[in-house]
Ligand binder design. Structure first.
Ligand SMILES: Cc1cc2nc3c(=O)[nH]c(=O)nc-3n(C[C@H](O)[C@H](O)[C@H](O)COP(=O)(O)O)c2cc1C
Length: 377
């Protein structure tokens, strides 16, 4: 009897574990300022999980101080490939997706060039104020996701028969919306919540059907090295020729997997915007010199990885040294030019530790010097 019971429990546990493995993983990725989008997200998640075929994860595109949202986890761009489907939610901003969502999506260039989201199902929902431009906004969401090659799952007229037609409702064929500033009833309305749940339920059904038909997740990015020539071209970034050393040193040294590089603002054989900040050059000129310097760093890095920037695993540390007067304090603003450029090109891998400092003089009268450490394959 004991043996039969153990066998039964074992079989049950195995079945549960297999069922759990087969469940789709669906990310409900939102930006929300006031919580309206989050309210819809919860209904979408409820619908996703209603048939017990999928698990949902509500995450923010950026952290929030709003007490309603501050405990929600924040998604990273790289984790997007780890889901079987993604439901995107955002407030309507001027008939478009919100700035927060737009900023997050603009960091997905590397996923795009790696075809990482192709064939992955997506659906969209939005919280609006009056509802002005809500379908334009939903459509704008679709535009970006279509460029990623995602499979866009619409709502059609699903569930609209049951809506209370006596009040304005956020039903739309592309995805559910809510009109938060219409105060005659609580928003999202009962009907909007119901539509959101139906949208989630249908999305889970489509996601399950497509599970396993797109490239295996999470490995995609690592299998395909991003073509950085395309990334640079697309961002209109031209790497200069590698500057020649002006002394007894190398443009870079590789030690293990770390590459060490130091550069000044040399452009076309001359120092660009030379001199001391506040005496010879202003902040704008130093920022331009910082960009020139960082491009030199990247050009040397490109040489260090044999022309394949896809081999860069991480920008570990950047140090910016600026030729400033003693009382200058805004070094961080100047250095952001170099940091932003690095993140723009490498995405998450471009995020680094950083130091900035002022110096009373810099070799060859450059206004800036950058020291960089990269981890490479
Ligand atoms: C910059 C900005 C632009 C907005 N533009 C629109 C708009 O075009 N149409 C609209 O209906 N609501 C608009 N709104 C209102 C928001 O869409 C609305 O407050 C929404 O419910 C916010 O969602 P949340 O509660 O998730 O933050 C705008 C709000 C902001 C801050």
């Amino acid at each position: 009897m004991k043996k039969i019971c153990s066998f039964f429990v074992l079989t049950l546990l195995t079945n549960i574990s297999v069922m759990a493995q087969n469940k789709s993983k669906i990310l409900v990725l939102i930006h929300s300022d006031n919580g309206g989008t989050y309210e819809l997200a919860k209904e979408i998640a409820k619908g996703i999980e209603s048939e017990n075929t999928a698990v949902s994860y509500i995450k923010l595109v950026k952290s929030s101080q709003n007490p309603l949202l501050k405990d929600l986890p924040v998604a990273t761009v790289d984790e997007l490939t780890g889901y079987d489907g993604i439901a995107f939610g955002s407030p309507v901003y001027f008939g478009n997706i919100s700035t927060g969502m737009s900023e997050f999506l603009s960091k997905t260039v590397q996923l795009w060039t790696a075809h990482a989201l192709e064939g992955v199902p997506a659906t969209v929902f939005m919280s609006a104020g009056s509802g002005a431009g809500k379908e334009l906004a939903l459509q704008a969401f679709w535009n970006t996701l279509a460029v990623h090659g995602m499979v866009l799952v619409s709502n059609g007229i699903r569930g609209t028969e049951e809506l209370n037609k006596a009040i304005p409702q956020g039903n739309s064929v592309l995805g559910v919306t809510s009109m938060a500033s219409l105060k005659d009833v609580e928003r999202p309305t009962k009907g909007e919540r119901h539509l959101a749940e139906l949208q989630g339920k249908n999305f889970a059904k489509v996601t399950l059907a497509l599970q396993g038909t797109h490239p295996p997740k999470s490995t995609v990015l690592h299998e395909h090295h991003v073509n950085f020539n395309d990334v640079l071209k697309q961002k209109n970034i031209v790497l200069p020729q590698v500057p020649k050393p002006a002394g007894n040193y190398q443009p870079f040294v590789r030690s293990g997997n770390l590459v060490f590089i130091n550069q000044v603002a040399l452009k076309d054989g001359k120092i660009f915007n030379a001199g001391k900040l506040g005496v010879d050059v202003n902040e704008q000129q130093v920022k331009e010199a910082t960009k020139v310097t960082m491009l030199n760093v990247l050009s040397v890095l490109n040489e260090a990885v044999g022309g394949n920037l896809g081999k860069v695993k991480q920008c570990v540390q950047l140090t910016g040294i600026f030729n400033t007067k003693d009382d200058y304090t805004q070094h961080a603003n100047l250095m952001n030019v170099a940091s932003d450029l690095t993140v723009e090109i490498f995405g998450e891998k471009g995020k680094h530790a950083r130091a900035t400092l002022g110096a009373s003089s810099i070799p060859v009268n450059s206004s800036v010097e950058i020291q960089a450490i990269f981890e490479v394959e």
